[in-house]
Design a protein around this ligand. Structure first.
Ligand SMILES: *Cc1c(COP(=O)(O)O)cnc(C)c1O
Length: 408
C-alpha cells in the first residue's frame, strides 16, 4: 500500500490509498456523486456500455449489493436477468410498485387485510390521484374476482394476513390474474422468501426489508422487483424520480443482517411452533392462530402454499377477553407482566416483540369493524425472535396468568 504525501488543500481530497488486496467485508460507500473519467466515458455509462455510478439517488453500490442478495432469495435477478431495486422503506416499495403499474383511470383490487399503511394507500391516496380501488377478501378468489373491473390493472395481496394469520387463496387469485391479464403484486414481508417464493408466482414482489430480512430494527428499507422488463423499468424510474432511493448506510447494515437471515428465520420459526402449542395449552388462552396448527382455519391451503414453513408470527386471544369492557384490563395486565418483551408495533426483530392490534395497527377501525375481523381487545400478535424457547414460554405463562387474574 502506498500513500502519497500531498499537502492538504481545502476541497481537495488526497488520493484514496491503493491496495491490491480487497476488503472481505462490503465497504460502505456514502458518496453521493461519482466522477466520470471523461464526457465520452459518461456517455458510455448512460448508454449502458460502461459500468459506473453517477448520482446516489439513481443507484449506488450498497443498494445494488443488497438488492442482489434479495433477488437471489426470491429467485429473481442474476446474470442477464432483471432484479429488484432497493427503496427507503417497505411502503416506498409498495408505492413504487403502484406508480410503475397504474395511472389515472385505472383500478386496483387489494386484500381487505393488508398492512395498515397499504390499506390507507388504497383507500385514500390512490383514489386522490384518480386511481379507483376496491378491497376484497383474499382468502376467497371468488370475492377478488367479483371486485375486478375492465379497468383493473393490479391485485395487491399478502400471503399471510396481519394480525389474524389467515392464508390467501393464492392459487385461485394467481390463476385469475393470469386469465384476466391483471398484474399480481405480492407483499411477501410476513412470509419471507424462506416461507414462500413469491417471485415464482407474482408479477411484482415487494418486501419491507425493515422486518425479518434486515432483522435488527435498525434500518428502514424496502425492495421491489417486477418480472417483465417494461414494468421493472417504470418502477426503477419511479424510485429515482419520486426520490425513494435508500441511504447507503441502511443498505450496508441490512446486508449484514441478511447474512444471518436464514439462521434467524429457522430458529425463530422453530420457537414459534413451540410457543403456539404452549399457548394453546395455557388456561386463559381462548384461541391460537398459527398456520402449522391443525386448528388453523386455512390449514390445508397453508400446507400447500407454505409446505411446512409456518413462520415466526403467532397470534392468540385471551379467553373471556372478547366481552366488551373486559378485554382492555386483561391486555394491560398481560403487557405489564412481561416487562422483558418490547410492546412495539413491529415484527422480525432479533428479539420477540408483542403487538396489540386493537390499539395499534387496527385502532382506526370501529369496535364493530374490528369484531368483524375477529380482533378483540384480547388479541395479541407475537413476532417470535431468538430467545431461549423455554424462557420465552415461561414469560408468556406469567403474562397470561396476570391477564386471567385481571379478568376474574
Ligand atoms: C412493515 C410492513 C410494511 C411497510 O414497511 P416499512 O418498511 O415500515 O415502510 C409493508 N407491508 C408489510 C406486510 C409490513 O409488515
Amino acid at each position: 500500500m502506498t500513500r502519497r504525501n500531498t499537502p492538504p488543500s481545502p476541497g481537495r481530497r488526497i488520493p484514496w490509498p491503493e491496495s491490491r488486496s480487497r476488503p472481505v467485508a462490503t465497504p460502505l460507500m456514502p458518496s453521493v456523486v461519482y466522477a466520470a473519467e471523461s464526457p465520452d466515458a459518461l456517455d458510455a455509462q448512460y448508454e449502458g456500455r460502461l459500468a459506473g455510478w453517477t448520482y446516489a439517488r439513481e443507484g449506488h453500490p450498497n443498494a445494488a449489493q443488497l438488492a442482489g442478495m434479495i433477488d437471489a432469495l426470491e429467485g429473481l435477478g442474476g446474470p442477464g436477468r432483471l432484479g429488484g431495486v432497493m427503496t427507503g422503506s417497505g411502503m416506498a416499495a409498495v408505492s413504487a410498485a403502484m406508480l410503475g403499474l397504474v395511472q389515472a383511470g385505472d383500478h386496483v383490487v387489494g386484500a381487505d387485510q393488508l398492512y395498515g399503511r397499504s390499506l390507507r394507500l388504497l383507500a385514500e391516496d390512490l383514489p386522490r390521484l384518480g386511481i379507483a380501488t376496491t378491497l376484497a377478501d383474499a382468502t376467497d378468489a371468488d370475492a377478488i374476482e367479483a371486485a375486478l373491473r375492465p379497468q383493473t390493472r393490479a391485485i395487491l395481496i399478502e400471503v399471510v394476513s396481519n394480525p389474524t394469520i389467515r392464508v390467501a387463496d393464492l392459487e385461485g387469485i394467481a390463476a385469475l390474474a393470469r386469465e384476466r391479464g391483471v398484474a399480481l403484486v405480492i407483499d411477501n414481508t410476513f412470509t419471507t422468501p424462506r416461507g414462500f417464493r413469491a417471485g415464482a408466482v407474482a408479477d411484482v414482489v415487494v418486501h419491507s426489508v425493515t422486518k425479518l430480512l434486515a432483522g435488527h430494527s435498525d434500518a428502514t428499507l424496502g425492495w421491489v422487483a417486477a418480472r417483465d422488463a417494461e414494468t421493472a423499468g417504470r418502477i426503477a424510474t419511479a424510485v429515482q424520480t419520486w426520490g425513494m432511493t435508500p441511504a447507503p448506510f441502511d443498505c450496508w447494515l441490512a446486508e449484514r443482517g441478511m447474512h444471518t437471515f436464514a439462521l434467524r428465520y429457522d430458529r425463530a420459526e422453530a420457537t414459534a411452533a413451540r410457543l403456539a402449542d404452549a399457548l394453546a395449552r395455557m388456561e386463559g388462552v381462548g384461541r391460537v392462530l398459527y398456520p402449522g396448527r391443525a386448528d388453523h382455519p386455512d390449514r390445508a391451503r397453508a400446507g400447500r402454499l407454505l409446505q411446512g414453513r409456518w413462520g415466526n408470527m403467532v397470534a392468540f386471544e385471551l379467553a373471556g377477553a372478547a366481552a366488551p369492557g373486559a378485554g382492555r384490563a386483561a391486555a394491560n395486565a398481560l403487557v405489564r407482566a412481561m416487562p422483558g418483551l418490547p410492546f412495539a408495533p413491529t415484527l422480525g426483530d432479533v428479539g420477540t416483540t408483542l403487538s396489540h392490534p386493537a390499539t395499534s395497527s387496527h385502532r382506526g377501525l370501529s369496535a364493530e369493524g374490528r369484531a368483524a375481523l375477529g380482533i378483540s381487545e384480547g388479541v395479541f400478535r407475537v413476532s417470535v425472535g431468538l430467545e431461549e424457547p423455554d424462557a420465552l414460554i415461561a414469560e408468556f405463562e406469567a403474562g397470561v396468568a396476570a391477564a386471567r387474574a385481571a379478568l376474574s
